[in-house]
Design a protein around this ligand. Structure first.
Ligand SMILES: Cc1cc2nc3c(=O)[nH]c(=O)nc-3n(C[C@H](O)[C@H](O)[C@H](O)COP(=O)(O)OP(=O)(O)OC[C@H]3O[C@@H](n4cnc5c(N)ncnc54)[C@H](O)[C@@H]3O)c2cc1C
Length: 510
């Protein structure tokens, strides 16, 4: 039996038979098995849009050596029943807890929100005009920030193949489609993620984790000796051999508490801007030349521009999605996007953000706590005092330095409040965002028909915990900050991978 990889393309709309026929032609035999290694849509030539595949084929007709499977992450039984407290059930906390429990630690997982079912009820009620829940919203609650999202799994973090495979194995066992292994832009959608989160909970319980909901980490305790002895939570104190804090980057008060206990953080660059929304059909037309393609969900885009020293780019695009209110707090407003697996909604939305170097933008050196204050003030500035409408204007008005043109319909449930975003955004970001947006309008036909709404502030954390390069500890010998809140990852997959890296570091020291 030999092996070879082939790059093949088949027209959109064709079925599995066409791919089989293309492989048959490539190997020149009927005797083969194959595996899809990569699949992506190639729409560069609008007259011939194709699915491109890389396939690994095994056949007696081939000569190449059959590849061996890449090594996965191993678990030793190193924990010897010692307790680890993991705070947060987002991707970083979840995968850290899973790996540690499978490695023989007794893991207690704390989550400030409720189980995903209770969380969904709270979010649905909020979307229907009910009260905002401080514990169960788009940022907080079981599953973490990406649970009600587009569930994009792309990550540009290098060197995380083994961790990614570990995460994908768990996701697939929890109900994700197999295609996440080979699609170039894999995604799950909120509907799949909801069921998967409950099943991932099952994996944690099977591994022996104790899950404690509706319980908030408050502060570190007895850390004078360089080791954290226990932590305060709003349900009492907990001691442990080590503590993994994977609280995400919206838990501002938690980061402030850690800073006041001497955990070293620095300010890092991040990005800010607004979310642009368009009719999905306009994006489909721009990308494909037609309003729809058979067997293809909805067109995506990713745009970049350089405005002087500032990079401007689109981020977290949600084809066929909705814009959601993703503030973690009732007195602030932050937009983000989500979609279902089918991506079949009427609208497309994406963040349009400019890179932020806070010292350059504000003209003053900031400590980590100042950066949090600054960002929180900005998020509050966007909160409509009378409700949850978000400040919005047309793309054209923003480009032309005016406001007040009538707004298009939106997917955002709470409605739009006409406003001049140029007056709400930090002054130093307006010109780069304008230049970037103008460039995007010239690159993607119809982009100027969109609506922009703010604030978009969740691309990545504005602060980063300092980590010992060997142990990955932050400040204390048994304290590990993992995931997006630590500033060492961004997005679902890289945060899960960071949780796994921290778990492996703990095992490596045991
Ligand atoms: C609406 C939305 C859409 C997104 N879409 C995507 C996407 O399509 N693809 C992608 O890759 N990324 C997306 N992201 C970003 C992604 O969700 C995050 O990068 C990722 O979830 C970070 O994982 P994490 O585990 O580090 O933190 P989080 O997921 O933020 O999890 C932190 C957890 O800690 C809990 N917590 C916080 N403070 C405390 C405390 N004091 N005590 C106890 N528990 C606490 C929170 O309730 C939460 O469950 C999206 C984010 C949002 C908000």
């Amino acid at each position: 039996m030999g092996y070879a990889e082939f790059d093949l393309s088949v027209p959109v709309g064709s079925g599995p038979d066409e791919l089989l026929a293309a492989i048959r032609r490539a190997v020149n035999t009927d005797t083969f098995t194959f595996e899809i290694l990569l699949k992506s849509l190639d729409a560069r030539k609008k007259s011939r849009i194709v699915w491109t595949y890389r396939v690994g084929v095994r056949s007696p007709a081939l000569r190449g050596p059959v590849p061996t499977a890449a090594p996965g992450l191993e678990h030793g039984q190193l924990g010897r029943g010692r307790r680890i407290v993991v705070v947060g059930t987002g991707p970083a906390g979840l995968f850290s807890a899973l790996y540690l429990a499978r490695s023989g630690f007794k893991v207690t997982v704390l989550e400030r929100g409720g189980r995903v079912e209770a969380r969904k009820e709270a979010i649905d009620a909020f979307e229907a005009g009910g009260a905002f829940s401080a514990a169960n919203n788009y940022c907080f609650g079981e599953g973490g920030a990406g649970t009600f999202s587009d569930g994009k799994l792309s990550s540009r973090t290098k060197g995380i193949n083994a961790e990614r495979n570990y995460v994908y194995d768990a996701f697939i066992s929890a109900g994700a489609p197999d295609e996440i292994r080979y699609m170039t832009h894999p995604h799950l959608g909120s509907d799949l993620l909801f069921g998967m989160t409950a099943r991932l909970r099952g994996l944690l319980l099977e591994a022996g984790c104790e899950l404690v909901y509706d319980t908030r980490f408050l502060s570190l305790a007895e850390y004078g000796s360089g080791t954290v002895r226990y932590i305060h939570t709003d349900a009492g104190d907990l001691d442990a051999h080590a503590f993994v804090l994977a609280v995400g980057h919206s838990a501002y008060e938690t980061h402030r508490s850690l800073i006041s206990s001497g955990v070293p953080y620095r300010v890092k660059n991040f990005a800010l801007g607004f979310r642009a929304e368009h009719a999905q059909e306009i994006i489909n037309h721009a990308q494909w030349g037609v309003p729809a393609l058979p067997g293809v969900k909805a067109a995506e885009y990713r745009l970049t521009a350089q405005a002087g020293q500032t990079g401007v780019y689109t981020f977290c695009m949600c084809p066929g999605g909705t814009v959601v209110q993703a503030s973690a707090y009732g007195d602030a407003s932050v937009v983000n996007g989500k979609s279902d697996y089918a991506r079949d909604g009427l609208y497309a939305n994406a963040a349009v953000v400019a890179g932020v170097d806070l010292a350059r933008l504000t003209g003053r050196d900031m400590r980590a706590e100042d950066a949090l204050d600054w960002l929180e003030d900005l998020e509050r500035r966007f909160k409509d005092t009378s409700g949850w409408k978000v400040p919005a204007m047309t793309v054209r008005d923003f480009l032309n330095g005016r406001s007040g043109s009538p707004l298009e319909k939106t997917s955002y449930a709470h409605g739009l409040a006409p406003a001049d975003l140029a007056e709400l955004l930090p002054a130093g970001l307006v010109a780069p965002l304008r230049e970037g947006l103008s460039s995007f309008c010239s690159k993607l036909r119809g982009f100027d028909t969109g609506t922009i709404m703010g604030l978009e502030s969740k691309t990545s954390a504005p602060i980063q915990a300092e980590r010992d390069a060997g142990t990955l500890c932050s400040g204390y010998d048994n304290l590990y900050l993992a995931g997006e809140g630590s500033g060492w990852s961004g997005g679902i997959v890289s945060s899960a991978a960071d949780g796994l890296r921290v778990a492996q570091a703990i095992c490596g020291r045991s």
